[in-house]
Design a protein around this ligand. Structure first.
Ligand SMILES: [Zn+2]
Length: 174
């Protein structure tokens, strides 16, 4: 696939990915791929020297260690793209028409359960949730809203009961 994106420094959010050309709503922008691995607890991430910023979660205890430039995709509470699962890879898809030079963003809460920590959102959108913690920590009302808005794009595992919760959740507290 011809690359439709490039990496550039953003003003306030580190690196981001940007559109090389006009991208139409519904188009596949790029692929999210890398080695898939299972963790028993978060120490595994450090033990394997994985950078948790670039982990794309696909199950309660499974991640893709993203090795493509899509790993620089920033979060927005009002994104113009989303990640569609097609395991063993995922596709970054345009939710809206995206202009050449525009930053491409996704909503992390549609695939992160909440294992990889929290951050302050600087997306400045009207509906900004301010602190991004992961799907598991969203109030029920917001979950419903996200499900309605992004139905086909919420990671499938998030809609199923949690597996191995104890082992992993204990570790987050420490
Ligand atoms: Zn936000």
């Amino acid at each position: 696939m011809v690359t439709k994106i490039y990496v550039k420094k953003t003003k306030n959010r580190g690196k981001g990915i940007f559109a090389k050309k006009y991208i139409k709503k519904g188009e596949t922008i790029a692929t999210v791929k890398g080695k898939i691995f299972t963790i028993k607890n978060l120490k595994d991430v450090k033990a394997k020297r994985l950078d948790d910023n670039y982990l794309h979660q696909i199950d309660w205890n499974k991640f893709i260690n993203n090795e493509t430039i899509t790993k620089f995709t920033n979060h927005s509470c009002e994104p113009n793209a989303m990640v569609k699962e097609k395991l063993p890879t995922c596709r970054l898809m345009a939710l809206k028409n995206i202009k050449k030079g525009e930053e491409i963003t996704v909503d992390y809460d549609t695939f992160d359960s909440g294992l990889l920590g929290t951050f302050k959102c600087k997306c400045k959108s009207k509906n900004c949730r301010k602190i991004i913690k992961g799907y598991k920590y969203l109030p029920e009302k917001l979950r419903k809203e996200l499900k309605k808005k992004y139905r086909a794009y919420i990671a499938k595992y998030l809609l199923k009961p949690q597996k191995n919760s104890n082992a992993i959740m204990c570790d987050i507290q420490s």
